[in-house]
Design a protein around this ligand. Structure first.
Ligand code: LCS
Length: 393
């Protein structure tokens, strides 16, 4: 079916579907590593690209292809690539778009390993990186050098929820001939479509809202044009960061309910953010749906909804953070986000405990900062849980 002109929810269900021999209602799992050719001409035509089809699952597979086509339609891109994890997507971008002597400008509060792999591994190969507060456009312009090739943005950023103006940042980057990559994990294409705003590549940890059930790890890239797509695809195939067919099947199943899940989690997030904002033990709350959010106008402009991630600062610092963690009962004390279960974590004692206090504070990761990832339980239960745990501080 041609799904190009359907609405977003219809695309979630039908985009990327193909008809199989038995009329299967859902995309089947082609759990095979390789595909037999009819004869030598067929094999030769597939390798030469004269005929469409499948050769070997690292290069392509019908189940994975269906997911890639669905994601490309949801992001309004040219084509998609599914990968083993979000980090496989991140490293494929760096490997494909940077060479020795090149420089990349990144959001400073980017997901830890997306920064770490540049500093620890790509630096070894002579790739330079700068991490700046990309929510300030002048910082982007200042950081660009003659050897800069990529602007890598994460918006909203993890865990500070700082936003970047994708449209304006892309204009600056394109003036200097850079490729713009946006990690769209915190929004999903339901709430933000970076390619429509001027970016060249949208990146996802599928582990989060897109799969939505905390039962697989996966990643994806969607490129706006053929040239960038070909570079990314070739790198994925060579480096071996491919997704597995079963993983693809799980994501295809999970993504179908994405808008329903996000609608519910978002509605609850607004209520929880308002509850927290009025709580005496909470210093501040960062949630793009609150009028007090420093970039409220930008959130309204660039996002179709405020999402389901809240950051807040407890008045009692580090100890208040660990006390809250030890007393929540409904919220799972866990990293990750975007699943149907509500998760809570304390970056200073958990995800960012490995950083020095100075490095943490430089990235706005304060001692009392709590990251709250809303699930789809009854909001009254989520608030009651927070209420009893906050009372213990
Ligand atoms: N990008 C963002 C914004 C992320 O939050 C994560 C994982 C990744 C990329 C990497 O994706 P993965 O390889 O895990 O699929 N974020 C995590 C988090 O906040 N807690 O645990 C993982």
């Amino acid at each position: 079916m041609d799904t190009k002109n359907l609405g977003f929810d219809s695309k979630l269900i039908h985009a990327g579907d193909f008809e199989d021999a038995f009329g299967s209602a859902v995309t089947p799992i082609y759990q095979t590593s390789t595909f037999a050719f009819r004869d030598s001409k067929h094999g030769a035509d597939l390798f030469a690209g004269r005929e469409k089809g499948f050769i070997y699952t690292r290069i392509g597979n019908p189940t994975i292809d269906a997911l890639e086509n669905k994601l490309a339609e949801l992001e309004n891109g040219y084509r998609g690539i599914a990968l083993a994890s979000g980090m496989a997507a991140v490293t494929t971008v760096y490997m494909a778009l940077l060479a020795q002597g090149d420089h990349i400008v990144c959001t400073s509060a980017v997901y830890g390993p997306s920064r770490g792999v540049l500093e620890s591994h790509f630096a070894k190969f002579g790739v330079e990186s700068s991490f700046v507060d990309t929510s300030k456009l002048e910082e982007i312009e200042k950081a660009i050098k003659s050897n800069t090739k990529v602007l890598y943005l994460e918006t909203p950023a993890n865990p500070t929820i700082a936003l970047v103006d994708i449209k304006k940042a892309s204009e600056i980057a394109h003036k200097h001939g850079l490729i713009v990559v946006v990690d769209n994990t915190f929004c999903s294409p339901y709430l933000q479509r970076p390619l429509d705003l001027g970016a060249d590549v949208a990146l996802h940890s599928l582990t989060k809202f897109i799969n939505g059930h905390a039962d697989i790890v996966g990643g994806a890239l969607v490129a706006k044009d053929e040239e960038v797509y070909n570079k990314l695809r070739k790198t994925m195939v060579y480096m071996g960061g491919n997704m597995d067919p079963h993983q693809a099947y799980m994501v295809i199943r999970g993504v179908k309910t994405m808008s329903l899940r996000i609608d519910r989690a978002q509605e609850s997030s607004m209520k929880v953010a308002e509850y927290l904002e009025n709580h005496p033990k909470v210093e501040w709350v960062k949630y793009p749906g609150l009028k007090s959010f420093p970039q409220y106008e930008l959130a309204q402009e660039q996002m179709d909804g405020p999402g389901a991630m809240i950051s807040f600062e407890l008045k009692g610092g580090y100890e208040a953070g660990t006390t809250l963690m030890d007393n929540v009962k409904l919220a799972l004390l866990a990293v990750s986000l975007g699943g149907v279960e509500t998760l809570i974590q304390h970056p200073a004692s958990m995800t960012h405990a490995g950083l020095s206090k100075e490095a943490r504070l430089e990235a706005d990761i304060t001692d009392g900062l709590v990251r709250f990832a809303l699930g789809i339980e009854n909001v009254e239960d989520i608030i009651a849980d927070l209420d009893q745990a906050l009372a213990k501080i």
